[in-house]
Design a protein around this ligand. Sequence first.
Ligand SMILES: O=C(O)CCC(=O)C(=O)O
Ligand SMILES: [Fe+2]
Length: 365
Amino acid sequence: MARLFRRSRLRRRVNLCSMQSINWKGASMAAVLDASASIDIPVIDIGPFLAGDPRGTRDVVEQVQRACESIGFLVVRGHGVPTALVDQLYSQSRAFFDLPAAAKLAVEKPAGTEFRGYSPQGVKTIGKDRDEKLRPSLHESFAIGPLDSRGASTRPNLWPQQPTGLRTELTAYYHEMERLARAILSIFADALEVPRSYFLDRIGQHNSILRVMHYPALERAPQAGEERAAAHTDTTAITILRIDDAPGGLQVQRPDGSWIDVVKVPDTFIVNIGDIMMRWTNDRFVSTMHRVANPPSDVAARASRMSVPYFCMPDEDAVIECIPSCAGEGAKYPPITSGALLSNRYTKVYSVGEGSHPGIGRTSS
Ligand SMILES: O=C(O)CCC(=O)C(=O)O
Ligand SMILES: [Fe+2]
């Protein structure tokens, strides 16, 4: 009874609350900050939750719940991640991507389901599990995994020799993302009326991936099937993403099938629901299709873009099954381990042994 009461009270308050939201690319900050009826992706200040303010926490939980149940994306401010750390990671990553190809390939990601290391253009096709005709994605990336050695399945990260500061910045940023992911999953637990330990217990030995992605400026027009990152959902529990505002950016699909251009709101992170959270919540929280659009042809030759997603993956052996408060008429998905979900996806997205496709972007000097 108490639970029912709480839920209906939550819903009523959600309907009344007005949120900041972002939707159209090119919208001025005034428009971005103006609460409007056509809410798509809300901007939510999670500071009151982090400060432990009970009333503020309730407001945060309500706003987050509403976003997760509608568009599956939110933008968080008040996260506590130092701006200087993000700036330093961007400049070190850019210096890495500017290196000659041979230096980057010295830390190339091994074939197979391993994700740590450098992936040049040509080996990875985001969205290939949905569309066989896609050609390799127009980006290169470098990824790390958990930073301590915890058990046989955890392999060491590959660290490039240059630039010398990249390891320090990635390490500090990874720890910040671990902290932020725990906070966001605690907010989710409140929204879903399960103990906060429900998610935290399943990420104690998490296998999360931090990736820096470089979408180079284009040297020629893309052909059919060549996309920066084709439409896909993430396998994750949640993804925490930092973007820049270069042309050819992130787009998110609305329930009606139309696409929203996501504008960068300074000093925020984009958070989206992944497939694991969708399975946990029996589709109550939506794992939303998104993509990275190719830049318009008039600016494509100088439209280099970088983004930094943190893919929060539970423990490899965590069994992902419907959480008690979402069971409703019965679970829609059979239980499966987090590790199996990730390797299923990676097997389809990486073209192992197919040889490299050089791509069309300038990826080294
Ligand atoms: O670069 C971005 O903005 C998003 C990348 C993305 O969606 C992904 O790598 O899963
Ligand atoms: Fe994604």
